[in-house]
Design a protein around this ligand. Structure first.
Ligand SMILES: CCN(CC)CCN(C[C@]12C[C@](c3ccc(C(F)(F)F)cc3)(C1)C2)C(=O)Cn1c(SCc2ccc(F)cc2)nc(=O)c2c1C=CC2
Length: 404
């Protein structure tokens, strides 16, 4: 590698044997429907475009709201810093796998949205997984959109405009944006976050239901105008091998989703934020869980909640990646120079690509063990027990006696 300034900024390409395709899906068109970005093994095609990392400027608007910075200033900074990044995947490329693929449903963090974890999702797809990164409509995303039916007057005054290339459905539909909802002044956090984590789990389950329909060959109406042929996914998924994964608020969503849906055979929680969860669900979670934590984000109260899930009979594992911060998991960690990244807490001390590589390999080993995959991911089993110079088994956080 050259010196740091010659390092090309960008989301690192996936390392697995498969080329990665990426497309978007929404069904139905309402805020109660399922909306996710799909990453999957694809045919290698030269001509394929790379999908935009941030698909619309409204997402930057939402990010400025989330970060409490002025919209006009913030949108320009984000566009300048991040506006041109592409995802290391081929947009709408034809699906290709000669074996049924295990499935992962991914849940984003507070203030994030479906596209921000592509280094993790694309890596899993390159290793043979079909990954649906859901976009939550619980108002925890910086921004998200859905559609509503056009009113008669809207249809009327649209009549004299030549038909756009859009799909029939989208022409009678108007796009609506839903932005991040912060806590109101004096509002207690738990009731809101607990309601949101339940909706998030339901949206992960709905995404799984949509994938199940697609896998069975049921014709699905994707509201979005994409060039992807969903019939190619018929019989592509191994629906006995399904996991749920998520970052921070998405980590809490993993626990809630495991409790609600036994089709999720195991869960991987990245730097989980346990506050939204009601402890009474913990005894009801029966599946293996892998907690992969950053060194800087965790605190005694949060870790002690995770430890309440410890079990003598169900495998519950925890590792901490040395030198990582909370933002070491989303893609932002790859997209700025070192000093801006450290200043904005987007990077820790560890090289971001090494951190995500350790996270991905430990995840793959855990998924092989608990989904019963016949791959070679067991080569990374030692990482599950923190056996690496850059890993800590369990946590670096000193637990107060009272908190245990
Ligand atoms: C002041 C705002 N205040 C809101 C409650 C706290 C904001 N905050 C710390 C931040 C996110 C930060 C961030 C992002 C992105 C840039 C950018 F410049 F790169 F865009 C910079 C700086 C600002 C680091 C967090 O919320 C941390 N966090 C997150 S961050 C998930 C995320 C969000 C947006 C992204 F673009 C990427 C990733 N997900 C969670 O589920 C939870 C927490 C905390 C508890 C539960």
């Amino acid at each position: 590698m050259g010196n740091s300034c010659s390092n090309h900024l960008g989301i690192p390409p996936a390392k697995g044997p498969n080329a990665v395709g990426c497309t978007d899906f929404m069904m139905d068109h309402t805020a109660q429907g399922s909306f996710f970005r799909l990453y999957y093994p694809c045919q290698t095609t030269e001509k394929a475009q790379r999908p935009d990392w941030v698909p619309c400027k409204e997402y930057f608007n939402g990010l400025t709201d989330f970060m409490n910075i002025n919209r006009t200033v913030g949108e320009k900074i984000f566009n300048y810093l991040f506006g041109s990044f592409k995802i290391p995947a081929s947009l709408d490329a034809p699906f290709k796998s000669n074996v049924k693929c295990p499935v992962v449903i991914f849940s984003h963090g507070l203030g994030a949205f479906r596209t921000l974890y592509s280094a993790i999702c694309a890596e899993l797809a390159s290793q043979g997984f079909i990954v649906a990164s859901v976009e939550h409509r619980d108002q925890s995303a910086s921004a998200t959109y859905y559609f509503r039916d056009k009113t008669e007057s809207e249809k009327a005054n649209k009549k004299n405009v030549p038909k756009t290339s859009g799909s029939a459905q989208e022409d009678n539909l108007v796009r609506e944006w839903m932005y991040y909802r912060g806590l109101k002044h004096g509002e207690r956090e738990f009731p809101l976050r607990n309601e949101q984590v339940k909706k998030r789990a339901d949206e992960c389950i709905l995404a799984l239901d949509r994938l199940t329909e697609i896998n069975s060959g049921t014709p699905v109406q994707n509201v979005l105008q994409t060039q992807f042929d969903w019939t190619t996914l018929e019989n592509s998924m191994d629906l006995c091998r399904i996991a749920v994964m998520g970052h921070s608020f998405g980590g809490a969503t993993v626990i809630e989703a495991l409790c609600k849906e036994v089709k999720f055979k195991c869960g991987v929680a990245l730097d989980a934020w346990m506050n939204p969860l009601d402890d009474e669900i913990f005894p009801r979670v029966k599946q293996p869980i892998f907690f992969i934590n950053s060194e800087k984000f965790q605190w005694a109260g949060n870790i002690s909640r995770m430890k309440k899930l410890d079990s003598a009979v169900i495998q519950r594992k925890m590792i901490t990646i040395r030198g990582t911060v909370h933002q070491s998991f989303p893609d932002f960690t790859f997209l700025t120079g070192n000093w801006i990244g450290k200043l904005m807490k987007l990077k820790g001390e560890i090289d971001p690509e090494l951190a995500i590589d350790l996270c991905n390999k430990a995840t793959l080993a855990f998924l092989q063990r608990h989904l019963g995959l016949e791959k070679n991911f067991n080569q990374w089993d030692p990482l599950i027990d923190g056996q690496d110079d850059h890993l800590i088994q369990g946590t670096n956080v000193t637990l107060l006696q009272s908190a245990i």
